[in-house]
Design a protein around this ligand. Structure first.
Ligand code: SF4
Length: 244
């Protein structure tokens, strides 16, 4: 079991995406990712940097530098000190947090709060290593038009495992999303459990990734509602209100 972990940043903020939008969370952004999405808004998290940043007081943005890799037990003390202010949960995010699954399995039991995993949903073996410690899973299905690769099999295995916990699925849609790939995503979810909530997240335009039109979004929600019981459209709200 590793004794250290590579961190990008730790801070307290408001969840801006998905089913838990609006809740106060401690965000623990871990370094490393196995994908290269066209709309990635955290490119610096895709690699391990020498320095990471930890907020010392929840919400005060009084960051201190730490050097990677950091001791898991020291990191848990930092996170628990932010939890003195009541938070809904601790969001493990990235990058792709499951790239450090063994370290998460050691860290999570030391945290005094619920664990919320934000994941690209492509690493099922790594999920199985941490599943007992995770309370809520926010799983992305990454469409081929975004990643340039077909991840359906990995997503299928991942969702079957995640369905043993509380899980919702998020699909980011752009003006390049096709009806066919969107249908594959909803077929995949329905085959596991048609009551798993689906959040359709219209992309916040970035690089050459353009937003879907209002008509496209309406039609994807209608398409999903033919198979799934809970389908919502929620954009990235934290960007509207200037939160990290
Ligand atoms: S999975 Fe997340 S961190 Fe990794 S490239 Fe895609 S958007 Fe960026």
């Amino acid at each position: 079991m590793p004794k250290t972990i590579n961190v990008v940043e730790v801070f307290s903020s408001i969840q801006g995406e998905g089913q838990c939008v609006g809740y106060r969370q401690v965000f623990l952004r871990l370094a490393g990712c196995n994908l290269e999405c066209a709309f990635c808004d955290t490119p610096d998290s895709r690699k391990v940097l020498e320095r990471g940043y930890i907020e010392m007081t929840a919400g005060k943005r009084d960051f201190q530098i730490i050097f990677n890799p950091i001791s898991i037990s020291i990191l848990s003390e930092y996170v628990n000190s932010l939890l003195v202010l009541p938070h809904h949960s601790v969001s493990l995010t990235g990058g792709e947090p499951l790239c450090q699954a063994e370290a998460i399995a050691k860290l999570a039991p030391l945290i005094n709060g619920r664990i919320y995993l934000e994941t690209n949903g492509t690493l099922p073996s790594e999920l199985s290593m941490v599943l007992p410690y995770i309370d809520i899973i926010s799983m992305d299905i990454k469409l081929p038009s975004v990643t340039g690769q077909d991840m359906w099999q990995q997503h299928r295995e991942f969702l079957r495992l995640a369905n043993t916990r509380t899980v919702f699925v998020k699909v980011v849609v752009t003006n390049k999303t096709s009806t066919k790939e969107f249908q594959q995503a909803i077929d995949l979810i329905a085959a596991v459990n048609h009551d798993i909530p689906l959040i359709i997240q219209p992309v916040t335009p970035i690089h050459d990734c353009e937003g879907a039109t209002p008509d496209m979004v309406l039609s994807w929600q209608e398409q999903a509602l033919t198979l799934l019981s809970d389908v919502r459209v929620i954009p990235q709200t934290h960007k509207f209100i200037g939160q990290l």
